[in-house]
Design a protein around this ligand. Structure first.
Ligand SMILES: O=P(O)(O)OC[C@H]1O[C@H](O[C@H]2O[C@H](CO)[C@@H](O)[C@H](O)[C@H]2O)[C@H](O)[C@@H](O)[C@@H]1O
Length: 358
């Protein structure tokens, strides 16, 4: 019944099923958008200021602003268990040239901390788990690094409905245990990394980031005329390692072990670990900006309930139902979510929300 209502609600708010395209290494991605979703009425009244504005605004009709839809979303969520999943780069922190300097603001940190007080909250990032934890610096959230291939539960005993992952996430003493489905690939990953370093570093501006279970080859600072040679170089290395494959993010190539595990699986794993996977009254909220987040959006779509939210300032193919323009809107959304939970008369006690064992 609730699932049907959510489906109707999503449909009414522009729930869209679409597929992602494979990206090629191409110069000049992204478009400049000057008009915001909240300015839609201005667009209707005054006409578009550019083709980009027009296409963005028609895209936003199909992927409504999560801020504009907030009250409706929360009305539908009342009495349900919300679990929050957040991507890091481009979602909690703005995209910057140097990946080592992609810091999140203190304001954002405190908003995430607030949200995590009321809802189970996890950060699912392409970065190594250690790196993303270092950036986020919060102890009350789950961290999943390497696109979900490296998960650690926080120090919080969790009652699982079916116990499926219980013993994997926490040992008998309730200590944290890692879940690393690609562990056996570690020696090979090291070899790939060494080979890539040797060849790729010859291309000016190229940068390799060690994300433990995957490797990022950044080209944000590579000259456009060198894109082709960089792509060729990376592919030539990978030819020797058929157990790995290439995926694409924002000006980054990501080399990952070819296992069936992505951010969508990580989302399911975390829900399961929290004992929330079989509850029909669970609403996962997932906020992300990149291609790999689409796997998580897809899982939420498959569940038929929850809120997949894309962060984007330009129209793009997505399985998300809602949108936020940029990390500053993510901040506003998280603050509103925490405030809503605080003031909601139907909000449950923390123990009920988390299913915490006393
Ligand atoms: O899943 P995420 O947390 O979004 O991680 C995906 C990749 O994010 C980072 O790269 C992106 O952000 C950088 C800093 O703003 C930017 O310089 C780069 O161009 C972007 O692709 C991270 O450095 C990668 O390792 C992650 O795979």
């Amino acid at each position: 019944m609730f699932t049907r209502n959510i489906a109707k609600f999503n449909q009414a708010l522009g729930f869209q099923r679409s597929s992602t395209n494979k990206q090629k290494l191409q110069p000049g991605s992204g478009r400049s958008i000057s008009m915001r979703a909240s300015n839609l009425s201005h667009f209707i009244a005054g006409g578009p200021t550019s083709i980009d504005d027009a296409s963005y605004n028609s895209w936003v009709v199909e992927h409504p602003s999560a801020l504009g839809s907030f009250d409706q979303m929360m009305r539908a969520a009342k009495g349900r268990k919300i679990a929050v999943f957040l991507d890091y780069d481009g979602t909690l922190a703005p995209i910057v040239d140097n990946p080592d300097l992609a810091f999140m603001s203190d304001e954002m940190r405190s908003a995430v901390r607030e949200v995590a007080k009321y809802f189970p909250t996890a950060i699912i990032s392409g970065r190594s788990r250690e790196k993303v934890k270092e950036f986020v610096q919060l102890s009350n959230v789950y961290y999943a690094g390497s696109h979900g291939m490296d998960i650690m539960a926080p120090r919080r005993p969790v009652k699982s409905c079916d116990g499926k992952y219980h013993t994997i996430a926490l040992d008998k003493k309730g200590n944290e245990v890692l879940f690393q489905p690609a562990k056996k690939f570690l020696p090979a990953i090291q070899k790939v990394r060494t080979a890539l370093r040797e060849k790729v570093m010859k291309i000016q501006g190229a940068r390799i980031e060690d994300n433990r279970f995957c490797i990022s080859v950044h080209f944000r600072q590579v000259r456009e005329e060198d894109y082709g040679i960089l792509e060729k170089t990376v592919k030539s290395v990978l030819e020797h390692y058929p157990e790995f494959h290439l995926s694409w993010g924002k000006k980054v190539m990501e080399i990952r072990p070819s296992i069936e595990w992505d951010k969508g699986h990580a989302l399911e794993y975390l829900l399961d670990t929290l004992g929330l996977s079989n509850s029909s009254d669970v609403l996962p909220v997932y906020i992300g900006d990149d291609r790999t987040d689409e796997d998580a959006f897809k899982v939420i779509q498959g569940r038929g309930q929850g809120y997949p939210i894309i962060v984007s300032s330009s129209p793009k193919e997505t399985k998300a139902s809602f949108s936020l323009h940029d990390p500053s809107e993510v901040l506003t959304f998280l603050l509103r979510l925490a405030r809503w939970s605080k003031s909601s008369s139907s909000s449950r006690s923390l123990a009920q929300i988390w299913g915490v064992v006393d």
